[in-house]
Design a protein around this ligand. Structure first.
Ligand code: PLP
Length: 402
C-alpha cells in the first residue's frame, strides 16, 4: 500500500526549490545558467564566525547541548534583542533551533488548533502557508498591492479577522518583496491586533540587518501592548551568510517558548553544538553585525540600485523599490498574453519564468509561488557582473514580446 498521509498529500513542494532544481539539472548537462532563484547570500561565512565553529570541533565541543541552546548563545541573543530591538527577554524566553524555518514551524504547531486561521499577507514566503496546513490550520491570504509597496492595508486586515484568527504572520524586511514596514504602519496594525484577544503575531525578522537607510527596522514585540502577543523569529542564515550552519531562534512569552521547546525536544533536540559556537561569534561582531555585515549590505544595496534602474527602464515593467532583503519582486504582467517564437504562449508567471530559463538561461522564481502571479522574484545575492549579464538577457527576452 503506497498511500501517503493526507498531511503530506496536501502539502505543496517548495516552488523555489523546483526552479533551483531545474536550473541545477541544466547546469549539470553543460548549459550555463544565471541563477537568480535561490534565497541565499553569495558571500562566504565571515572568517571569525567560521573559526569559532572550527575551534568548537577542535575543542571537542561536539556533544548534545541543552535542548533550548547553550546558555552562552541564549544570553548573547538576549543582549542583542535588548540593545538592537529594545526587547527584554530572559534566556528561558529564547529557543535556539536548526534554522528559522524550524522556529516558525514549531511556533505555528504550538499555538494553532485545528481550524484556526493563520493570516498571511501576500506576497508571502512560501513556507508560511504550508506550515499552517501542517498544523491543520487554515491559511487566510490578504493580497497587497505593488502600488502600496506590498504593505498590508490595515483596513484589509480588520475585515479578515474573525474569532478563529489565531496568528498573523508578518515578515519585514520581506521575502519576496524587500518591503520594510514603517513603524507607524506597524503601530496601526498593533492597534487592530489589540482588539482581538486570541490573535498572536508571528514576526519573522530574519532579514532585519539587510536594510537600506533611511529605512529602519522595528520589532513588532516592542510596540505598546504587543510584547505578550508576539513571537519573534530571527536567524543567522541571511545577515551572517550562514545558511548551511542551520541556526535560528524564537523569542517570546515564556509560556509559548516552553511549548515550542517541548516540541523541539521530541523533534530534533538542540541545534548543532558547532553552529551554536559560531552563532556566539556572529553576535560578537558588534551591533547589527558590525563592519562585516555592513560591507555585505553595501554590496546588496549597489546591486539593488543597479537592478531597479536598469530593469525599471524596460517598458511595461513595474517595480516597487525594495528597502531591505536581497530580492526584487517585479511585475511583468504587461507581457502576459504574448506568443514567444519557439516557446509558445506566455500566460502567467510560471510560463514567463520557464521562458526566461529555457530560452535565455536565467533562473528566477515565478510570483505564483508567493501568492502573486503578476510578478517574478529576482534574488540579487550575486555579483554585479552576473547581474549585468542577467539584465541584458532579460531585456533581450522581453524585446520580441512587445
Ligand atoms: N524566513 C524567511 C522570510 C526566509 O526567507 C527564510 C529563508 O529563506 C527563512 C525564514 C528560513 O531561514 P533559515 O531556516 O535558513 O534560518
Amino acid at each position: 500500500d503506497m498511500t501517503l498521509s493526507p498531511r503530506v498529500e496536501s502539502l505543496e513542494p517548495s516552488k523555489t526549490m523546483v526552479i533551483s532544481d531545474l536550473a541545477a539539472t541544466l547546469v549539470q548537462s553543460g548549459v550555463p545558467v544565471i541563477r537568480l532563484a535561490a534565497g541565499e547570500p553569495d558571500f562566504d561565512t565571515p572568517k571569525t564566525i567560521a573559526e569559532a565553529g572550527m575551534n568548537a570541533i577542535r575543542d571537542g565541543f561536539t556533544r548534545y547541548t541543552l535542548n533550548a541552546g547553550i546558555t552562552e548563545l541564549r544570553e548573547a541573543i538576549c543582549n542583542k534583542l535588548k540593545e538592537e530591538n529594545g526587547l527584554s527577554y530572559a534566556p528561558d524566553q529564547i529557543l535556539v533551533s536548526n534554522g528559522a524555518k524550524q522556529s516558525l514551524l514549531q511556533a505555528i504547531l504550538a499555538v494553532c488548533s485545528p481550524g484556526d486561521e493563520v493570516i498571511i499577507p501576500a506576497p508571502y514566503w512560501v513556507s508560511y502557508t504550508e506550515q499552517a496546513k501542517l498544523a491543520d490550520a487554515t491559511p487566510v491570504i490578504i493580497p497587497t498591492k505593488i502600488s502600496d509597496n506590498f504593505l498590508l492595508d490595515p483596513k484589509d486586515l480588520e475585515s479578515k479577522l474573525t474569532e478563529k484568527s489565531r496568528l498573523l504572520i508578518l515578515c519585514s524586511p520581506s521575502n519576496p518583496t524587500g518591503s520594510v514596514y514603517p513603524k507607524n504602519l506597524l503601530e496601526e496594525i498593533a492597534r487592530i491586533v489589540a482588539k482581538h484577544p486570541r490573535l498572536l503575531v508571528l514576526s519573522d525578522e530574519i532579514y532585519e540587518h539587510i536594510i537600506y537607510a533611511p529605512a529602519t527596522h522595528t520589532s513588532f514585540a516592542s510596540l505598546p501592548n504587543m510584547y505578550e502577543r508576539t513571537l519573534t523569529i530571527n536567524g543567522f542564515s541571511k545577515a551572517f551568510a550562514m545558511t548551511g550552519w542551520r541556526l535560528g531562534y524564537l523569542a517570546g512569552p515564556k509560556h509559548f517558548v516552553a511549548a515550542c521547546s517541548k516540541l523541539q525536544g521530541q523533534l530534533t533536540s538542540g541545534a548543532s553544538s558547532i553552529a551554536q559556537k559560531a552563532g556566539v561569534a556572529a553576535l560578537g561582531l558588534g551591533k547589527a553585525g558590525g563592519e562585516t555585515v555592513a560591507e555585505m549590505v553595501k554590496a546588496y544595496r549597489e546591486r539593488r540600485d543597479f537592478l531597479v534602474k536598469s530593469l525599471g527602464a524596460i517598458q511595461g515593467v513595474k517595480i516597487s523599490e525594495p528597502q531591505g532583503a536581497f530580492y526584487l519582486f517585479i511585475d511583468f504582467s504587461a507581457y502576459y498574453g504574448s506568443e514567444a517564437e519557439g516557446f509558445g504562449l506566455i500566460s502567467d508567471s510560471s510560463s514567463l519564468a520557464l521562458y526566461f530559463l529555457e530560452k535565455f538561461q536565467v533562473a528566477m522564481v515565478p510570483g505564483d509561488a508567493f501568492g502573486d502571479d503578476t510578478c517574478i522574484r529576482i534574488s540579487y545575492a550575486t555579483s554585479l557582473d552576473v547581474l549585468r549579464v542577467a539584465v541584458e538577457k532579460i531585456t533581450n527576452a522581453l524585446e520580441p514580446l512587445r
